[in-house]
Design a protein around this ligand. Structure first.
Ligand SMILES: [Fe+2]
Ligand SMILES: [Fe+2]
Length: 474
């Protein structure tokens, strides 16, 4: 399964054997590069960046490191090897052979799933395009760029599926993926969280911790798909996604480390004094966390959805770790608890599980995201400081499903309009918070130097020292 780099489009899918497909993708390629030049990381064209590039899909050593110009990055098409005689393992077709092609009756739904996933990939590159100008270190700048090129490759992965399996409308969808833009009033990205700004590095670290983790869960659900090429491509995407969440978790952790060090040095938890010292106070970090968590859990969709039921029953999209579950994998007659508001308070309501599969995936996501928050708390605890971060209640600040618009506090109480308005500034980042965080964002890019508001990492990338020259600016 090694990758052929002598071809214009690196791939492990024998692209050369399918001339029509190869030509179609080679026609899309310059449009992608134009998009990268216009919408990719600002001012980065001449930089040589220490990037990892996939050289095989073998779990031992799929990666190679070296300084490259990002627009010369070998974006390509990599699928995990197929399993022999893979069977569909959930839904109405359970036990049948996995599909190597798209069944006519599921074509529209599969295309929609692939387009929606594909749309998020370039969207995040667009959201992050100005961040390089305010990087807190060369190490962080390199990590940002690594994520950006890999999101570009994830776009390639979805475009390959569209071109290969969906004919003319697939090619049109692939073009449209380069035409929509994050935050564009006339032609925005499909999902709301991908039209939000990522204006500063605290937002970036929160985004890569929380929102890239949404990516992980969506990809895990698609990795179960009966449509085998989708399962294989998302499995390989997941190997790249792990680094994105690492950047988020370690990034927020380093911000916290720097803050608690300053708190101990100045012997204070006074927000004004800490801001005067140029670090980000813990309550502000909590408000950023509340914002990114709540916006991200909306991405899983409505808590009751007939589409979710259809996607599962027809085998298009499974649950997280479907294969490890011990139920019948058909779920007819099963129930699941969702939240609703009755008489001014939150109550649990049992609904058919098939309709609640968005909620099932959201709950699995929530369990997973709590882990890193606990690791952040250990940093605070170790510093001897009496403050703990918490993910907000899932009813807090929601915009989709039965909790949309419900005014609930981060600890899960339904509150009056008056309390909501009075407390909002304690619960979500205020204009002043954002302006303060923005004021810290300066560019620090000498090797081994770090902005004042963030601690250095414990280790460099690929066992290089922290002060390694990760980027040559030329
Ligand atoms: Fe991605
Ligand atoms: Fe990602």
């Amino acid at each position: 399964m090694s990758i052929n780099y002598s071809e214009k489009i690196p791939n492990n899918v024998n692209l050369a054997e399918d001339r029509t497909l190869q030509r179609a993708l080679e026609q899309w390629q310059p449009n992608f590069i134009n998009w990268w030049d216009d919408m990719g990381p600002e001012g980065s064209t001449n930089m040589d960046v220490y990037l990892r590039t996939a050289v095989s899909v073998d779990p031992q050593g799929w990666v190679q490191f070296g300084h490259v110009k990002m627009r010369d990055y070998r974006w390509g098409v990599f699928l995990n090897p197929g399993e022999q005689d893979r069977k569909i393992h959930f839904g109405d077709h359970i036990g049948e052979k996995a599909w190597q092609d798209v069944p006519g009756e599921h074509r529209a739904n599969l295309r929609r799933i692939i387009v929606t996933q594909g749309d998020t990939e370039p969207a995040s590159v667009e959201q992050q395009r100005h961040l390089g100008l305010t990087a807190p270190s060369m190490y962080d700048l390199r990590n940002l760029f690594q994520i950006n090129v890999e999101e570009g490759r994830h776009l390639w992965a979805m475009v390959y599926l569209l071109h290969k399996y969906f004919g003319k409308d697939g090619r049109e969808e692939a073009d449209a993926l380069l035409e929509r833009n994050s935050g564009n009033a006339d032609n925005p990205r499909i999902l709301e969280a991908f039209n939000e700004k990522t204006p500063d590095w605290l937002s970036f670290f929160m985004f890569t911790y929380f929102t890239d983790r949404d990516g992980k869960f969506q990809l895990c659900a698609l990795a179960e798909s009966a449509f085998d090429p989708l399962a294989r491509t998302t499995k390989f995407m997941l190997t790249e996604e792990a680094h994105h969440m690492f950047v988020g978790e370690s990034g927020v952790g380093r911000v916290i480390q720097r803050t608690v060090d300053m708190m101990n040095q100045l012997k204070t938890d006074n927000v004004d004094k800490l801001r005067a010292a140029g670090v980000i106070d813990l309550p502000t970090i909590q408000r950023y966390l509340n914002f990114h968590f709540s916006v991200t859990i909306d991405l899983f969709g409505a808590d009751q959805s007939s589409n979710a039921a259809t996607f599962y029953s027809s085998g298009l999209k499974g649950r997280y770790e479907e294969g490890k579950r011990t139920d019948d994998h058909v779920l007819k007659g099963n129930v699941y608890k969702i939240l609703a508001v009755e008489n001014g308070s939150l109550v649990e309501k049992e609904v058919p599980m098939l309709n609640a599969l968005n909620e099932v995936l959201r709950d699995d996501y929530i369990k997973d995201s709590v882990g890193g928050v606990e690791r952040w708390n250990r940093i605070i605890e170790k510093a001897g400081i009496d403050f703990r971060l918490k993910v907000p209640h899932k009813a807090f600040h929601r915009n989709i499903g039965s909790l949309a618009g419900v005014k609930a506090s981060p600890d899960g109480r339904v509150v009056s309009d008056a309390e909501w308005n009075a407390k909002l500034g304690e619960w979500l980042p205020t204009e002043q918070d954002r302006a303060y965080v923005a004021s810290l964002m300066g560019r620090v890019v000498e090797p081994g130097k770090f902005a004042n508001w963030i601690a250095p990492p414990v280790m460099g990338i690929n066992r290089q020292p922290v002060d390694f020259e990760y980027i040559r600016f030329n």
